[in-house]
Design a protein around this ligand. Sequence first.
Ligand code: GLN
Ligand code: ZN
Length: 814
Amino acid sequence: MSTRSAILGFPRMGANRELKRLVESFWSDNITESTLLEGIRELRKDHWVLQKELGLNIIPSNDFSLYDHVLDHAFMVGAIPKRYRDVFIKDENELPSTLEGDALSTYFAMARGYQKFNEGSDAPAIDLPAMEMKKWFDTNYHFIVPEFEPTQQFKLTSTKFLEEYKQAKSLGIETRPVFIGPVSLLLLGKASSNAQVGFAPIQLLDRLLPVYEEIVRLLAEAGASSLQFDESFLVMDLDPKLAQSYLTAYSRLSKVAEGSIKIQLTTYFGDITPNLSFIFPNLPISGLHIDLVRAPQQFDTILNAVAKHPTLQLSIGVIDGRNIWKRDLRAAFDIVSKAITTLGADRVIIASSCSLLHTPHSLAAEVELAPEIKDWLAFSVEKIKELVLLAKAANDGIDSIQAELEANQVSIQNRRTSPKIHNPVVQERLKGVTRDMMRRSPFSERKVKQHERLKLPRFPTTTIGSFPQTAEVRKARAAFRSGQLSKEQYDEFIKDEIKKCIRFQEECGIDVLVHGEFERTDMVEYFGEHMDGYVFTKNGWVQSYGSRCVKPPIIYGDIHLPKPITVDITKYAQLLTKKPLKGMLTGPVTMLQWSFVRDDQPRKLTTQQLALAIRDEVTNLETAGISIIQIDEPALREGLPLRRGEWQEYLEWAVDWSVFQYHGIRKSLVTIYSTQSSYLYYPFSFLLASSPVADTTQIHTHMCYSDFQDIIGAISRMDADVITIENSRSDLKFLHAESFAYPNEIGPGIYDIHSPRIPQQDEMKHRLKEMLRYLKREDTWVNPDCGLKTRQWKEVELALKNMTEVARSCRENV
Ligand code: GLN
Ligand code: ZN
């Protein structure tokens, strides 16, 4: 045997987002179920054939999904909440074991919700919301959160894994089926709402395992020789008691496998050494995969541990599955060689660090990228080529890839030294950053001056920034992009939209106005397009959730703002009204989180550069006479490291030592970080971006999409004069938090903008009164939850009129 190459999963969307087209056409009744199913069989086939032709040794199956692989697993083990069963499943025993017919309807209802209207009635006769969605570890992929009942009965409900395995086999392609391991599946889930306190899904492990045993049995019968079990939680802080769960699970599974089938345990996104005792010496597995891109520091420890178990294989994740850079093959080969020297060739597998789900399909479509920059990149297809080359070098000697290696080294060298990447002006400026640049006067002083200048009423009303992006707005933009509309015509169109938006807000009686963000498709893309150091792809899509994909821009070089971005448009809007108009910017952490970032410098440095660029724009707006500037940080929470012990580093710069003690985080927990896992310091970067202004300029920030209870202390240190924060779906959770004490002004969202429902005055009044149990009156703002971009104008009109009415009546009565 020899050293083999592997990936942990391939992107599902297809080279041209075929999967998106297929499922969306099916949802809108444009294609039949059999066309859909035929389409996905074709797509899977294409992907396997492609991997085979590229020369990849270990090709995954069951990594494909119609919507989400976590949902697939919940479905596979029969964790289908009763509310969905009741609607779709007449007879449990008649449910097809593949995803079709009633099974498919149930599956999509769990994913997307389901509404049925009876003729002539506006109110739905059946109204099932979708299951909860959450972010997959620290990625931007969202999964459906499985629900487990205390009395949960598990049953093998879908044999999709078998169908996929057999399909590939019939094409002459042997695959390694991929599963979420049983422990992680339970840990990913939540207790159903009727569960008693104290119930945790992991208690169901014994009941779940027979299903997994059956899976192993079925695949062994079908001829599979190895299975991949992703136990991603092994990189997290784990309760030591869970060690027993892992042991139970893998002992039982390995017994079924009985040597005929190899069980490969995969981990990624972090370091497993803190949980080493979960694996060594007892866990009966045939192979272990570790992520050496995110956590290279674990290599030696793991290598030594694996070496002691003569039959254990080690899969080394040396090609980054989360980012898009070409790998330095020589450096990667050094790691490979070291593993082979210690373990022998046939015990080493060369792999992607994690599934390639998080990288785009292939570079082939990027015909418009500057060739110099394109030469620095590798998407999924190119990453597989790198893996194949490394395996060849391992087996046939490094000389066997000499030509490729030379070309690779030229690209790596070019990137390292390119003047496109390195901007001396930016680097000089960074050196000059001082603490003073991040300091403003105490809030109490700023507050008095701002109130004097702005003269806002009590319970000031505002919105988060965007107004409906209607079909006309999108049409005009498309026409402008295709050249049908001139720049002047397009600008005129945008100005008209702004004018209407301002008129509406005035009519409504809103106190702090916005221009509506009609010129922006996306809050990161819009700013990135105007900064040096960013590049955009044509087809670099990655799945975000279900059929939704995002196209993260790429930060390849030093970030610099050559000229003002928002000043003209903001000034134009301000001239249309006497009320204060709020300038709208995207914050440095969000810019970073939603982009592919450089791997040649720590993330914190890139964030600092972004912060300086935003800082310039803040100054530009202030100079233009804008009195309120909002810097959005919706992605703030997701930048937190997976392990609590690492939060400190992320928070340290701007948060003083007392706060750590307050959060109970001990300095001794901090270990040495690689550049990859060295995270940014968000309050620091926010302060750098927001602090160049006078006391009289009011800085706002906005956050959404997550729970904030555990980081309120750090958010306070960002010291925005006003924070507007999503809260209506989380049920005032963060206000209830024991530690809650936001020192400045705050507007917790008073209604949920994610739903088309119009919030009524009574409920908003009730909500405001609830909020006032925790907040000071003079510090409380009234605003929606988030931007209004996805709503219809008629919904926005009614909702905001109700909202301003509530603020008005509360001014008098509360
Ligand atoms: N200002 C942005 C908007 O209103 C904020 C978006 C967000 O929080 N995701 O659309
Ligand atoms: Zn938001």
